[in-house]
Design a protein around this ligand. Sequence first.
Ligand code: PLP
Length: 349
Amino acid sequence: MDLYGGHAVISIGHSHPQYVEAISKQLKKIGFYSNSVKIPMQVELAQKLGELSGYTDYSLFLCNSGAEANENALKLASFNNGRKKVIAFHKSFHGRTSLAVAATDDKSIQAPINQHDVIFLPWNDEGALIEAFSDEISAVIIEGIQGVGGVNVPKVSFLKQIRTLCSHNGAVLILDEVQSGYGRSGYFFAHQYAGITPDIITIAKGMGNGFPVAGVLISPDFKAKHGLLGTTFGGNYLACAAAIAVLDIIKKEKLVENAQTVGSYIIEKLTDVRHVKEVRGMGLMIGVELESPSQAVRSDLLHTHKIFTGSSSNKNTLRILPPLTITKAEADQFVKAFQQSLKGQPQQV
Ligand code: PLP
């Protein structure tokens, strides 16, 4: 049982028949053509995404990975206000390309060439934010829910404060929904629980259910101009077929609602389990922090119960990121196995 969802990528379940058929059929017609000509499926995808996410007036730029989406978002912000400084947060992860990795709070994956003007601020600290802000800031980039950093949910007041400071100082608010988006949190985008509106939203993982496709949703305040952003592979026919099938299935099978219901159910069940220190997250993006390292429990879950879970940068925290199709019965199966695996740990009893 895949409770890691291929690193939060599998949204509609592995090999969903409608998805398989959509990609296979498309490949028989045409798989790729250059973006120098219009690809009507991109328009269909943008319309469906706008409708399901609520961002009907935003434009969509299509690319191929989460890092690339963030790279383009940060570039667009800088084009827009002519500034260079970026605010990111402790334990952030935004990808491994030039500026995306510079905005990632992990020195070990930054090469000397990835030098950019990024200020890292403590998570959920409104005071530090107010102090660091100025009219030199080009963009603030923040994950809807921090994933790699251990499933940390931003406070509503923190997100609202960021929104206000960005608006007052002419900075661009970029919501990285690469991992937390596409229904995973029980909302289409995790930030929607806070009632804020970002200027730019980046998307990737759940978007193609494993087919490489990513995107940048851009507020109508940005004026598009020829050559501003560009790509060879982004938005190709196959990627569009995959992404459209994913949206159709999310809508038809009510998977955002399912993430909300089954996610809350899992969170509630896990909170009562002995030796669980804290359960964080929303919907089907769940971090379970144990009193000791989680590796032995993860290993037992896999080898004894055939259940695969994720790790995080916090060694005591497991990440639960199942496909959005998970049922309550499967959730029960996991919780039971989890309790047994925890009991089996000598240091836990
Ligand atoms: N942003 C977030 C929040 C992520 O979790 C990731 C990947 O884990 C990325 C960006 C980078 O995405 P990709 O690996 O597709 O470049």
